[in-house]
Design a protein around this ligand. Structure first.
Ligand code: NAD
Length: 483
């Protein structure tokens, strides 16, 4: 069904039924554009509205289901995802161009996320407080919010949806899930597994289609009580205005301009590893990618020359080929955009160190060599999210300047430091203006059970993942009772 075959009739899942749509689209393999991965139905506004109504109708029942029931459903989904991780990883690699080991790891992570939230459904629990008044008892409980609209990007098409769907269901909400247009096969496969997990009709719905029509219908609907969006800052800002205006809950996970600081006392080879991993793996198509490498002057030249050697040795090719370090970019448009950034870097006077060329391979795909520039803090390549395989090095006189550069950005998702100084590591953890800090680790790569999210322009609303997910997917009720 999956490898080498078209997914015929990949359809919407609405109110427990598979539905076609008036229009269809296709997704292609970015490693070999002659291969179609999926043909999918594109939902219009009316279909999305019917999915939302189904979710709203299912809520009174599902929100009162027992924790054991919810745990069993999530556990079953997690078990199947884990059992099929190789096959699902293969599909993901074909649809997005991540290398096979990365793609399999993502499929496994999606399974682990469902397993974790199976446990969360059982853990639940609230708080008891002593009242200020004699004989009165106070307790604080959490209740599901209602219909959760979940809008996801293409770059982690199993893990990001799992990170939203699993806590939404675990905490008793009903779901309308809209994956990105580039990854219908991944979205559909996840939905197909969920559809066989003994959920009542309407509790989980899949709508595939454009952001402008299908996504916007979720944003606009007064029946959507909580909207969780992961994607670009531009779309996130608009969604925030619309959802907040109708006083629904909203959670945004957006882009970053993440910095990796390298101090003179760091293990330079390890710092180069962190930079290669963080900036170039998955072609930098990660919200936590380190696109700014801020290096202390004393080791600047040594760091740049070792990084250049590592980039030369990276193997760029077909995502399914053994030994490939980095696959293709996801589509023609993103390749063109990344190449345009190389042009911008040159025009604004950044010094070219390596790469930034389109590459030909045996199959027609969106291949590009990883690009490295030496930049000034005011350059656009040092300020704007690129979401491609381009990073820049900024020189810092010392730790204080490095930290100031790190924080000199409107975004604040992840920041890393490579150092052997406990003093600087501790100071950095406290003073980096981000949601996540990394010491001697790449800026990308996080645990699924710890809170995930950013500050400043990178995020809005409660954190995702782990126990903290309850903040968004539940509402708090305080009860007083005269005993
Ligand atoms: P995007 O904003 O183009 O699309 C994200 C999703 O929003 C898609 O499903 C799209 O169809 C939908 N959408 C677009 N316009 C919409 C609208 N008007 N109303 C409702 N939905 C709409 O982002 P993308 O190109 O898919 O993903 C790349 C971006 O995502 C990058 O900026 C990256 O940093 C960010 N990202 C962030 C995180 C994080 O957790 N912080 C994780 C992954 C990706």
């Amino acid at each position: 069904m999956i490898h080498g075959e078209i997914h015929q009739n990949v359809r919407q899942y609405i109110n427990g039924r598979w539905e076609t749509s008036a229009t269809t689209g296709v997704s292609a393999n970015p490693s070999d554009t002659s291969e179609v991965v999926a043909e999918y139905a594109r939902a219009d506004r009316r279909q999305v509205e019917s999915a939302i109504r189904a979710a709203a109708d299912a809520f009174s029942h599902w929100s009162h289901s027992t924790p054991q029931r919810r745990a069993d459903v999530l556990d079953r989904i997690g078990t199947e995802l884990l059992a099929r991780k190789d096959e699902l990883g293969l599909l993901l690699a074909r649809e997005v161009g991540k290398t096979l080991p990365e793609a399999v790891a993502e499929a496994a992570r999606a399974g682990q996320v469902f397993k974790f939230f199976a446990g969360e459904a059982l853990r639940g629990g609230g708080e008891n407080m002593a009242s200020l008044r004699a004989g009165v008892q106070v307790d604080v409980t959490r209740e599901p919010v209602g219909v959760a609209g979940l809008i996801t990007p293409w770059n982690s098409p199993l893990a990001v949806p799992a990170t939203k769907i699993a806590p939404a269901l675990a905490h008793g909400n009903c779901v309308v899930f809209k994956p990105a247009e580039l990854v219908p096969a991944c979205g559909w496969t996840l939905a197909e597994i969920i559809s066989r997990a003994a959920l009542p009709a309407g509790v989980f719905n899949l709508v595939m289609g454009s952001g402008r029509e299908a996504g916007q219908a979720l944003v606009d609907s007064p029946l959507v009580d909580a909207l969780s969006f992961t994607g670009s800052a531009r779309n996130g800002e608009r969604i925030l205005q619309a959802v907040a205006a109708r006083r629904a809950k909203v959670q945004l996970e957006m882009g970053g301009k993440n910095a990796l600081v390298v101090l003179a006392d760091a293990d330079i080879d390890h710092a180069v590893d962190c930079a290669v991993q963080g900036a170039y793996f998955s072609n930098g198509q990660r919200c936590t990618a380190s696109s700014r490498l801020i290096v202390e002057a004393a080791v600047h030249d040594a760091f740049v020359s070792r990084l250049r050697e590592r980039l030369k040795a990276l193997k760029i090719g077909h995502a399914l080929e053994r030994g490939v370090d980095v696959g293709p970019l996801v589509d023609e448009e993103r390749l063109a955009r990344s190449l345009a950034w190389v042009g911008i870097a040159r025009e604004e006077g950044a010094e070219h160190v390596w790469g930034g060329e389109p590459l030909q391979r045996a199959t027609a795909g969106h291949y590009m060599s990883p690009a490295l520039f030496l930049a000034q803090p005011g350059h656009r390549i040092a300020r704007e999210e690129i979401f491609g395989p381009l990073a820049c090095v900024l020189r810092a006189a010392d730790y204080d300047e490095a930290l100031a550069l790190c924080n000199d950005t409107p975004s604040g998702l992840s920041a890393g430091i490579c150092t052997n100084s406990l003093k600087h590591a501790m100071h950095f953890r406290r003073h980096a203006e981000v949601g996540m800090t990394m010491v001697n680790l790449p800026t990308a790569g996080v645990d699924f059970h710890a809170p995930f999210g950013g500050r400043k322009g990178s995020g809005y609303g409660p954190r995702e993942q782990g126990r903290h997910a309850a903040e968004f997917y539940t509402t708090v009720k305080t009860g007083y009772m005269l005993a």
